[in-house]
Write a protein that binds this ligand. Sequence first.
Ligand SMILES: Cc1cc2nc3c(=O)[nH]c(=O)nc-3n(C[C@H](O)[C@H](O)[C@H](O)COP(=O)(O)O)c2cc1C
Length: 428
Amino acid sequence: MLKSAGVYRAETGRNDLSSPKRILLIIGGGIAAYKCLELIRRLKERGHNVRAVMTQAAHHFVTPLSVGALTNERVLMDLFDLDDEREIGHIRLARDNDLIVVAPATADFIAKMAGGHADDLATAVLLATDKPVLLAPAMNPAMWRHPATCRNVAQLEADGVRIIGPAAGEMAERGEAGLGRLVEVPDLVAAIEGVFEREAPQRGSVLEGRHVLITSGPTHEPIDPIRYLANRSSGKQGFELAAAAADLGARVTLVTGPVSLAEPRGVRIVRVKTAAEMLEAVKAALPADIAVFAAAVADWRVETIQTEKIKKSEKARAPTLKLTENPDILKIVARQGPERPRLVIGFAAETQNVIDYAKSKLKSKNADWIVANDVSPSTGVMGGENNTVHLITQSGVESWPEMSKVKVARKIMERAAEQLHAKRTAAE
Ligand SMILES: Cc1cc2nc3c(=O)[nH]c(=O)nc-3n(C[C@H](O)[C@H](O)[C@H](O)COP(=O)(O)O)c2cc1C
């Protein structure tokens, strides 16, 4: 960043993906191993170099011939292979890459990793590496739910391993469904590139001395002690915004609804459940220089929350829920007044007329910017790794191409830093 009197340029940094990355793909012995072939193709298409290690069990699901043909590299399999060891060596293999991806990561493989085993090439490489590791688990839902797997996954997360998925849906076994599918290949590619973007050198300190307040995730509005109204927001975009603001040197407060995401480093997190709690947490966190309202706050809550579980009865009809409007957090904070952040950014998630709704939201809420996106199920935005957004400001609409949520977050925060600087310069 260059910063001198009245001159400002946010350092754009090098394009993190302009130089090809070296990815070591470890293929585990699960039914989803066949999807690795597609993964390799997509990664190669995007200019990355892929080298593969297959576990012994992986051979039952996909052939080294196919993997080798697609990677255009010899597939490595055996820790004690004299030729391989002389040529590359497992320690060099562990270090000579930018990222190690394990896909599919089976329950067994996860257990070995969590236990620090090193009795085959794949586990030995993982134990010796100093590079980021991304796991994409895939297994039967019962295996994923098993306390042993839960313990092992928690251990790996605590060790700094990144985990994507699993996704919910139909299993390969007939009649089985639930959480356990390998995430879709495009999401896996986006997560891989997201790691490179996150690992990219810090952009500097353009937000140093600033307080950035971000809301994220859904809210849960209780019906009775057991049930609640919610929405499908994953909170990923908000968490990435918080990480990006912290990367730029800001003091960040992230007020989040119920989500299960790893906490970004250097960010103060306030966890809430309802819209009312979110509003209180936001008010308590003010003043802020920039406020970004990325949370999918429920528009309505149930007027009277039942203190006991509503019982289903043979005779009584299904209950009617009377809803009442929730506070409009964006509108409240964006009102003119001494506490108004200098830059107030709202999010508009729509399934139709995205830009028109966002333009009217900009006016009706008195926001400075609205980041609008289409969240129709077909877009895969909700819960996915990518986002396609339109930035609506007083001067018009900018439509950004589809990019990872990491990149969207960085771009928004860099623009916000520029805007803040321009406002200050204009005021001087
Ligand atoms: C047909 C079949 C499909 C399997 N699919 C999976 C799976 O999707 N996920 C999993 O964790 N284990 C699965 N297993 C069990 C693993 O193959 C077994 O635990 C193996 O030891 C894992 O090897 P790895 O540690 O090299 O990945 C499957 C087994 C069979 C026979």
